[in-house]
Write a protein that binds this ligand. Sequence first.
Ligand code: 0WD
Length: 254
Amino acid sequence: SQLLNGKNILVMGVANDRSIAWAIAQSLAAQGANLVFTYENERVEERVRKLADTIEGSTLLPCNVTVDAEIDTLAAALKEKFGVVHGLVHSIAFAKTEELDGLFVDTSRDGFALAHDISAYSLVAVSKRIYPLMTEGGSIMTMTYLGAERAMKNYNVMGVAKAALEASVRYLAADLGQYGIRVNGISAGPIRTLAAKGIKDFNSILRQVEEKAPLRKTTDTAEVGDTAMFLMSNLSRGITGEVIYVDGGYHIVG
Ligand code: 0WD
């Protein structure tokens, strides 16, 4: 038997086949979930469509999370097509590359606002419109990083945005628990993706993890995918407002 049979799960943040959201989708599909993918804009539409087409029965819808009207349209389309939503995977972040290099103290007002809008507020904006569709209870999850808690070189404003994201997970969990909706985060170790390209000296970050993490290896996206599957499933029914580390144990020693 499969753990996610009959569950409608929205997956936001697939950019290409290296995206963490794509690995999450694989783990969810393997357990029988019915997936809906969103893509940011026409620039990535074809790439995401090719991927979505490989998962039978999946649906593809546009949604740029900086635009409220696009999230409204998404929620209306989900209501019309499925009626009920059971899960939301939020795997979206953005900061200008010039903010991910040098000193945090040099962060611009615009750069700070943009990073927080896309990387933290978007979880709130989407949850606000999707939770009313979670009429059978639900599970919401997002992706975070250790830079939320520690001042890590070059992560800068993204670390501050991730701190806001993790706090948002707790406030959303407190709000939505009464409806049987759980909200959690996965704090992943560094993984080479499109988003990671923006971070300076990423190779040396990976090397440090290989040397110091208890498991002596870097995190792979399938490990994150399987933990996300657990969070979407009934197996995690007692867990909410939590950040789970999928980092080979790096955060306990690093
Ligand atoms: O080491 C890593 N890669 C880690 C990533 C370690 C720990 C956490 N994370 C987080 C990221 O911060 C992010 O929240 O995981 C999440 C997914 O990131 P990813 O899979 O590493 O990167 P990527 O494949 O680039 O997916 C992020 C996507 C965007 O890709 P691009 O590169 O085109 O910006 O977020 C999406 C977009 O698909 N995105 C948006 N979606 C809708 N509306 C928007 C937007 N405005 N902006 C970015």
